[in-house]
Ligand binder design. Sequence first.
Ligand SMILES: [Zn+2]
Ligand SMILES: [Zn+2]
Length: 133
Amino acid sequence: MEYSADVHSIECPKCGHGMKEISYGSDLLIDRCTNCEGIWFDHGEVSRLKSKWMGDALDTGNPSAGKRWDGIKDVSCPRCGLQMERVSDPDQPHIYYEVCHEHGMFLDAGEFTDLAHETIGDWFKGLLSRVRR
Ligand SMILES: [Zn+2]
Ligand SMILES: [Zn+2]
């Protein structure tokens, strides 16, 4: 996977606000919007999320604020600008996320905490295999 040089200055795909890098532990780095507090995960980062508590620790946004942004349907990937696919969770269909199958995924504030999957890496692989065609 190759990213452009300004890989660390992405804009929030939902609200267009700047995003802030949050590092967690030694090798996990995600981008969280400073406005709507949605979280962008690069694919490589999701696979490093070994367990759910790691994601919960990152998802500190207000779920009711996140729900406001959940209604936005046209969301472009912050890496490539192509429209992302809106995917609902097969086990928890009230949860939607936006996925670019090349680059990563975006969760509104509170959505990660809402996910009940304990093995995030496997869950994400399953998600990607459904999005890919
Ligand atoms: Zn935002
Ligand atoms: Zn993309």
